[in-house]
Design a protein around this ligand. Sequence first.
Ligand code: PEP
Length: 239
Amino acid sequence: MLIAGNWKMFKGPAEAEAFAVELRGRLEGVSGVDVAVCPPYTSLAAVVQALDRSEIAVYAQNVHWAGDGAYTGEVSPAMLLELGVAGSIVGHSERRQLFGETDETTAQRAAAALAAGLRVIACVGETESEREAGETEAVVRRQTEAIRDAVGTHDGLTLAYEPVWAIGTGKTATPAMAQDAHATIRSVLDVPILYGGSVKADNAAELCGQPDVDGALVGGASLFVDSFASICETAARIS
Ligand code: PEP
């Protein structure tokens, strides 16, 4: 079971480092769960250092497919590896909705990052209108197939099912909805699958307890040591 905290555009280097030191202390002695944090780019180095020789992995929130080149604003897999970063999220719905990320670019990012030796959490999930139109299965299938076609199964690949309507809204998929979507994803690509979308300490056990849910990608609740550590402890207990 993996619990990953997506900090989005929160926590500059000083705040990120203090958080990492506190989280490290809080999770000492917690076993049976893999934990990762995903700080913004400018805080990666500080967090890698603060978590040196700990069990907590550091992931970026995005990564480009090229080794280097004229790609203003982008960061390559090799640059992340040089910092000591273990992996990256790709295809987060905020990237898809606000920054033009597509199934194709998500798949390209995932393939290049894995080939370079990073781990990857690739996100899929339907919007509210797609769910209302009965398109959830078709959408997650299409998004997952794009990743599968570029990568296939790979030891370093994890998927995250994140219904867009549940991200940062306080609305959570019911455990049954999450299980249905995860089963669809697994039928296309058999890799670990995290659930993401308003995961909190009080709903983590039920969501992570579903048979096809292998952990959680946590946004808002990962910004506070208490709530994030509680989710990690819950996952450790039920895994
Ligand atoms: C996310 O950003 O991936 C996420 C799931 O956010 P939240 O937990 O705040 O809904």
